[in-house]
Every structure is written in C-alpha cells, then in structure tokens.
Design a protein around this ligand. Sequence first.
Ligand code: C2E
Ligand code: MG
Ligand code: MG
Ligand code: MG
Length: 270
Amino acid sequence: EAKRNGRNRFEYFTAAMDEMARMRRTIENDLRDAISGRQLRLYYQPITDGELKTILGYEALMRWHHPQRGIILPGDFIPIAEETGLIHSLGAYALYEACREAKSWTGEQTVSVNLSPIQFKNSGLISIVEGALQESGLPPSRLEVEITESVLLDDTLGNIRTLQSLKALGVLIALDDFGTGYSSLSYLRSFPFDKIKIDKSFINDMADSREALAIIRAITGMSRSLDIQITAEGVESAEQFAKLREEGCTLFQGYLFGRPQPAETRLTSL
Ligand code: C2E
Ligand code: MG
Ligand code: MG
Ligand code: MG
C-alpha cells in the first residue's frame, strides 16, 4: 500500500515537474515575441512625501500582456528573462520607454527603473542609459535606477565603477529591497546611494515583529547620519504610514496611496 502510494506520489511529482519545465519553455519562447510584439508594458506606481503634498515620482513596474494568458507579473517572467539573457533587451526597453513616458509628464516627477544584476554584466549598460536619456530628452536628474544588494556582492569593483559612471551622468541611484538577502549596513558605505528602499516584508511585519521594527530603526537611524532618503515600500494601511513617518522614513510607496497603473490612468494627484 505504502509502496503504491509512494509510486503514485512519485509519478505525480514527475508529471508536475514536466509540466513546470514545459511551462518555462513556453514562457521563454513567448517572451521572445513579447518584446517585438509590444506585449510588455510599464505600469507606474506613485511615490509620495510624508506630508502627502505631492507625488514626487513613480516606479515603473513591468507587466506582460500575454495574448492567451492575460497579465503576467514580473515575478513569473523576470527570472526566466535573466536566465535566458532576454533581460538585456527587456531592460533596455524599460529604460527607453520609462524615459520617453516621463518626459511627456507635465510635472517634474522622477521615474524609477529596476535594473537586474545581470544587466551589469553588459558593458554597454551605460550607453543604453545615455541613449535613453538622449533620445527622450529627459534630464538625468529625473531618472532613478533601482538596484539590489546582489549588485554589490558579485563583481563588486566592476559594478561599483558602473554605478559611479551612472551617478556621473546625473542619474539617481536607489538601493532596493533593503534588509533582505545578505544585507549589511556596511553596504551603505560602499556607495553613496541617493535612496534606500526598505523591503515591503518589514513594513508588512512591523506591527507584530520586534525584529522587523528593529531593522527599520537601524536603517532609518543610519540614514540620518549618512543623509540618505528612506523609502518605505508596500505601505498598505494608515497605521503603517503613521508609524513609518514617526520612525523617520521620508518617502512612501504602497497600495495605500496608489497601485501600479498604466501611464494613462496612473494616479496624478493625492
Ligand atoms: P520591487 O522593485 O521591489 O517593486 C515593488 C513591488 O511591490 C511591485 O511588485 C509592486 O507592485 C509591489 N507593491 C507596491 N506596493 C505594494 C503594497 O502596498 N502591497 C503589496 N503587497 N505589494 C506592493 P511587482 O510589480 O509584482 O514587481 C515585482 C518585482 O519585479 C519588483 O520588485 C522588481 O524587482 C521586479 N521588476 C518589476 N519590473 C521590472 C523591470 O522592468 N525590470 C527588472 N529588472 N525588474 C523588474
Ligand atoms: Mg524596485
Ligand atoms: Mg522594492
Ligand atoms: Mg521589494
């Protein structure tokens, strides 16, 4: 009986694995067409100050409008794009498109574009950023790139040089998802980041977890002495917002203020 169950379970497992592999191949093939077929779109989520006076900027978040599967979120295709190298064209598209879009806005808001660590392996990254700025006419100070700590982990020296070149262009640099992974406050000394974004998992947990709150405090405490702005991401409730202001966060992003939306329907006032 146990043996039979075991085998059934094994067969079920194998079938599930096959299905997953098949799914990956489909996504990989479809993703090649997605870029040329204009199925990739950027959605824009507002970032605001603590007084809720103005929208200071928007984070550009990619969505895949798949002809059969509907909207696919980045978590389901960015990793595949990274493994296959498609992230290079996908990332270049995001930079060109976000700059073009931001240039058309009436205000002076910034646009934040996420960069994958894989994009740092492309020696042409700087020229792509320059190209996006030149073609759109967007002032460099209105473009922000968001990187994660992993960029500071591998090929540290080379990547820090790339970050320095980006900064020399006048582009803002944010450290995203801070507090996850191999986080260390010492990273903050390795490069003069303009902003640190506290990962939303800490915001989510801070009401129940002393550790989450302690990490938020350590980050805001450090930022005060380093003169770095702190963004809280994933703010969903008024209670979280009030507490995060009290703790010294200066910028806020989350469903409480606005969800990521296509450019035409994005939130333009609070
Ligand atoms: P991220 O850069 O940390 O972006 C924030 C994520 O949190 C977004 O998920 C956003 O929709 C979500 N979010 C914002 N506010 C809230 C909230 O109040 N509650 C909750 N539950 N979630 C909130 P999304 O759009 O699914 O993107 C996931 C990740 O995919 C991003 O995380 C980023 O790492 C990556 N990504 C998105 N677009 C791009 C892109 O163009 N290029 C690259 N390389 N990565 C991208
Ligand atoms: Mg981000
Ligand atoms: Mg983030
Ligand atoms: Mg995050």
